[in-house]
Ligand binder design. Structure first.
Ligand code: PLP
Length: 190
């Protein structure tokens, strides 16, 4: 019996994100902000911690990230059971799509934005439409009118690559009007 990847996986094109493996002939004099890594290098505290715990590299990591989630809950004030840990935000975006979306889901994505939203929704064979805007904060009402019923939207805030931020006040009224929607809000912590 021959096995084949499903149709959406066959047409999957991985995103390119700059950084060491995505930039051809990088200029060493230019600070690279094209990927989500610290241009100053590894923080000395992280280095110290890793050195001290190097022996545990032979163990599996805790699949529930128990201590990390407890510390994050303490730091952010968000209940521990609402915290999901992933190996980067991209993994969480893909897991979110696999968990909640399917080929019947209509997805609306404001563009330009972070490319993995579209790619992960495509892998779930969703029906995707786009809303072109360079500043979603100025076009929120028009965007709201296009939101699919029982569908999904992706909001990147502040948006990559435009850097535009939707203010907290705007966001709250937006969420209140559309409580049935699944909304992703991201914040990158360096
Ligand atoms: C909006 C957004 N989400 C996710 C990521 C990737 O995050 P991670 O490196 O944690 O996977 C980036 C990287 O630039 C981003 O801009």
């Amino acid at each position: 019996m021959k096995i084949h990847p499903n149709k959406s996986a066959q047409s999957h094109i991985p995103a390119s994100h700059g950084g060491k493996y995505g930039t051809k002939n990088p200029d060493v004099n230019v600070i690279d902000f094209s990927s989500n890594v610290n241009p100053l290098g590894c923080h000395p505290g992280v280095r110290r911690y890793l050195k001290k715990h190097l022996d545990s590299i032979s163990e599996y990591p805790d699949p529930n990230s128990t201590d990390l989630r407890a510390n994050l809950a303490w730091f952010t004030g968000v209940p521990k059971k609402q915290i999901v840990v992933g190996n980067g935000a991209t993994e969480i975006i893909y897991n979110f799509c696999k968990t909640f979306l399917n080929k019947k889901t209509r997805v609306l994505i404001p563009i330009p934005t972070f490319s993995e939203y579209e790619i992960s929704a495509k892998l779930c064979e969703c029906k995707i439409s786009f809303f072109k805007t360079m500043d979603l904060s100025k076009n929120l009402q028009k965007f709201i009118m296009k939101i699919p019923r029982n569908g999904c939207i992706f909001i990147c805030n502040p948006n990559n690559p435009t850097g535009v931020l939707i203010q907290k006040r705007q966001k709250i009224s937006f969420i209140m009007v559309h409580v049935m929607l699944i909304l992703i809000k991201e914040q990158n912590l360096m």
